[in-house]
Ligand binder design. Structure first.
Ligand code: G3P
Length: 218
C-alpha cells in the first residue's frame, strides 16, 4: 500500500520524504489555508520535494472555471495530480483532463455509487473520506472495502482507491486490510504509527544494559 501525506506543510513533507515514508502528497483548499502560503508556489515547492503524485485541488465549482484551473495546475509540474470534486461538473472536468493524459484524483467520495462514476471516467484515484463518515455514525472503512471489492471485479477499471480523511493508525491498518491501493495520512498520524509502549521500554532497557557493559561500538 502506498503512503501519501495529507498536508500542505512543506517542512513536514520534507521531513517525511527524508525518512523514506512518502509515495505522494495530497492537499485540499483547507490544508492550503492552514499552511498559509501562496497555493501555486506551495504546490510548485512540494512537487520538487516529492517525486510521486501531488494532488492539487481546483477551487471553483462551475465547469468552465474548474477546467481552466485544472489546466493551470497540471502545468505546474509533471507529477501534479489534479483533484476534482465528485459532482457532475467535477467529473466532466476530470474526464477531459484524463482524455488529455492528466492524472486526476476524485475527491469527496462518500458512496460506492459515486466511486463507480469516478471509475467510469477513468480517474487515477478515488478518495473515499473515512473519518467524515465515521463522524456521522457510519462505518467509513466499509466504503473503502466495498469500492476495492467492486473495482476488483472489473478488469477494465484501473482507478486506485485512496483512503482519505484518516484519523489514526487503526484507519491505516484497516485500509491495508481492506486492500486500499493508497492511504493518505496526516503527518501526526504517520508519527503515531511509530509508537508502541513495548518499543519504548525495550529500547530504554537496551540502552541501560549497553551502558552497563562499558563498551563502545565506535
Ligand atoms: O484531503 C482530504 C481528506 O483527507 C480530508 O480529511 O480530516 O479533513 O476529513 P479530513
Amino acid at each position: 500500500m502506498k503512503f501519501f501525506v495529507d498536508t500542505a506543510n512543506v517542512d513536514e513533507i520534507r521531513e517525511l520524504a527524508d525518512m523514506g515514508m512518502l509515495d505522494g502528497v495530497t492537499t485540499n483548499p483547507s490544508l492550503i489555508n492552514k499552511a498559509g502560503h501562496d497555493f501555486i508556489e506551495t504546490i510548485t515547492e512540494i512537487c520538487k520535494v516529492v517525486d510521486g503524485p501531488v494532488s492539487a485541488e481546483v477551487a471553483s465549482t462551475d465547469y468552465e472555471t474548474m477546467m481552466k484551473e485544472g489546466e493551470k495546475l497540471a502545468q505546474i509540474a509533471s507529477n501534479v495530480c489534479v483533484k476534482v470534486p465528485l459532482t457532475p461538473a467535477g467529473l466532466k472536468v476530470g474526464k477531459q483532463l484524463v482524455d488529455n493524459g492528466q492524472d486526476i484524483n476524485v475527491t469527496l467520495c462518500f458512496s460506492a455509487a459515486q466511486a463507480l462514476l469516478a471509475a467510469k471516467i477513468g480517474a487515477t484515484y478515488i478518495s473515499p473520506f473515512v473519518g467524515r463518515l465515521d463522524d456521522i455514525g457510519q462505518e467509513g472503512m466499509s466504503l473503502v472495502s466495498d469500492i476495492v471489492d467492486i473495482y476488483e471485479r472489473y478488469d477494465h477499471i484501473h482507478t486506485q482507491v485512496l483512503a482519505a480523511s484518516v484519523r489514526g493508525p487503526q484507519h491505516v491498518v484497516q485500509a491495508a486490510l481492506a486492500g486500499s491501493h493508497v492511504v493518505t495520512v496526516p503527518p501526526k498520524v504517520l508519527h503515531q504509527m511509530f509508537n508502541h509502549p513495548l518499543t519504548k521500554s525495550g529500547l530504554d532497557q537496551f540502552v541501560a544494559d549497553w551502558k552497563a557493559t562499558g563498551q563502545s561500538i565506535l
